[in-house]
Design a protein around this ligand. Sequence first.
Ligand code: WAQ
Ligand code: MG
Length: 267
Amino acid sequence: MNPVYYSLRMRASRSGQHLCGAERIVPVHQLREVSAELLNRALAAQSLPDEIHATTEALKPEEIRRYALPPVRSWQVADWRAGRRLATERLVAAGVSPAAVATALSALAAGPGPDGTVMRGAMLVDAQSGERLEEDCARGVRVSRMDLDPACRDALLATLAAAGLTHHRVAEALVLAGKVLHAPGIVAELCWSDDPAYATGYVATPAAGYQRISPLKQVGDRRGGRTLFVDAGNGSLGDFVDYLERQPVLFTAVGTIHPPSLWSEPA
Ligand code: WAQ
Ligand code: MG
């Protein structure tokens, strides 16, 4: 019989401002331990949360999809400006229009939520027109119900660590991007953290996978976020958002992990 897994979701805020969140899928015997881990993470956020939302929900085993993680590439660049030029190049190569890239970069740089705040979820941007499509610009779309498969989680984390990918942010972002890349109509994702100390970001695309860029922002900057570029003419936006928010996905294998390389700009 297939084991019953639970989706655990946490998000913490202070004065209505998003602080942090996490998504896990775990078997019943790990619920206590992982719930406590998520609570500890909320309590260790940049400032003390005044609201913590935690949801625990059993998943139907037959609804869970299983995929392999995308391949990983890592680029070192001279500074965050060069990082954003590389991100632009990668996004345009994936079919995002230069105008849509510009919209996303300036929104993420300014703080994509109302009044320059950090959003709880991702911006949705039309990959051609650059129009923002999310209904609620404070919430955005929260990609949910995904994790490493509990049956091989430790082995997958060990494989990532052996390739030098030890930070918990890498595994979490790789899982999120891995789910996003299977969304119907996805063209690309662009992300950098709101953690002022974490300057590596990424561009993910179906053809090239998870492409890390260091740095993609200035250390000390508290702004960050995610942009999902969508082909709005291909299928319904409702199905796209529904997949991202509701479809349970577990990852059972890592993809090829390429050694890091330096990116020098074309002259
Ligand atoms: N769904 C949609 N958007 C989200 C989610 C989610 N589940 N979680 C976070 N976000 C948005 C939200 O606006 C955050 O402010 C923003 O993304 C950044 O989240 O390979 O750590 O968790 O070295 O701060 C990328 C590089 C790290 C990792 C990204 O993002 C690597 C990171 P953070
Ligand atoms: Mg964060």
